[in-house]
Design a protein. Structure first.
Length: 339
């Protein structure tokens, strides 16, 4: 179907005002949704919402499926019995004009780690059933993501292809050993994801009730140093050490005499096709559970090659977003960036 003529605003949640150093999914996000509704806007466009790496770019994420825990609003955790109010009263004096990612990460991760430990020690029992269901429903990516982040931290932030050989090759004994060793850390990381998706769900429902649809962003490539590549190395062009043999970028053109080096590993489309594009189908299904419209970043660069065949198969299987709140049940299509 055609999207009705609409207007909206691109604003990533990190740009919202917040007392804790970075915009989040708290009161200011709801206030912005009210602003959109009151001014007749219908679309809230956001950048990718995944956990960012050392560059803090939403287009270089540690996971194509996970959410960014820095977007979790902390005050609601006090109301849930997961944090003491004193923990927020002692927050650093963050600047209001930019994000100090190191300071914000240290503060918010410590607060969420405290919330996780309290939960896993029996606090907030009303969340237990919902948490267990979240972990079970998302186990296909959540378990690998949590272990990836925990092992990466244990290795001082080093890229996964430089870890111990058993981990690089994902040998079962090595995986079990590190899972046992890092159980508390992986539990914390899973709980962060639970908090993110819970708050995102509530905000999205609030937007939907006000006739606002959310346009998400899905980068065509994933970061090499990600749980996606570590857990599915056979889907990418890598050498025996796990390093990329070819990477993505842009050739020299009118805009850049030297082109652009992105560094993302290239998909093995032959393997993807042999498996019915299952990984891509899972990825788009996951994104459509979070968004009403999907913008595929740099779709034009993939037109005419294997990704176009992949996307055609996905669309032929009928993957569409949830119903548009103002279209009487009609669905909203994916959108592809043309440049």
């Amino acid at each position: 179907m055609r999207l009705p003529r609409s207007s909206g605003v691109l604003l990533h949640p990190t740009s919202l005002p917040s007392p804790h150093g970075i915009g989040d999914l708290g009161p200011e996000a709801y206030r912005f949704a009210d602003f959109l509704s009151e001014t007749g806007q219908r679309i809230w466009q956001v950048l990718p919402l995944g956990p960012t790496g050392h560059t803090h770019s939403p287009y270089q994420s540690y996971s194509a499926f996970a959410g960014n825990p820095l977007l979790v609003s902390l005050p609601p955790l006090v109301g849930e019995g997961l944090l003491d109010g004193r923990a927020l009263e002692t927050a650093p004096a963050f600047t209001e004009t930019s994000v100090d990612y190191e300071a914000v990460t240290a503060f918010k991760e410590a607060a969420m780690r405290h919330a996780s430990r309290r939960f896993h020690e029996g606090g907030a029992p009303h969340l237990r059933e919902e948490y267990d269901r979240f972990c079970a429903e998302n186990a296909s990516w959540l378990d690998d993501y949590a272990l990836f982040r925990a092992v990466k931290e244990a290795h001082g932030g080093a890229a996964w292809h430089t870890w111990d050989a058993g981990l690089v090759r994902r040998e079962p004994d090595a995986l079990r050993s590190w899972q046992d060793r890092l159980r508390p850390e992986t539990d914390d990381l899973k709980f962060q994801q639970f908090l993110f998706f819970r708050q995102w769900r509530d905000l999205r429902n609030y937007c939907r009730d006000r006739g606002i649809v959310i346009m998400g962003d899905i980068p065509i490539y994933v970061a090499h140093d990600s749980s996606d590549v570590w857990s599915h190395p056979d889907l990418f062009h890598l050498d025996e050490t796990g390093a990329p043999t070819v990477v993505a970028g842009v050739p020299p053109d009118y805009f850049s005499a030297t082109g652009q080096y992105w560094g993302n590993p290239i998909y093995r489309w032959d393997v993807m096709a042999a498996r019915g594009y299952a990984w891509w189908i899972d990825r788009i299904r996951s994104m459509l559970s979070m968004m009403d419209i999907l913008r595929i970043d740099h779709f034009r660069g993939a037109q005419g090659n294997a990704f176009e065949q992949c996307l055609n198969q996905i669309l032929c299987r009928g993957f569409q977003s949830h119903a548009d709140p103002q279209s009487g049940g009609a669905t909203i299509p994916m959108r592809a960036r043309e440049t």
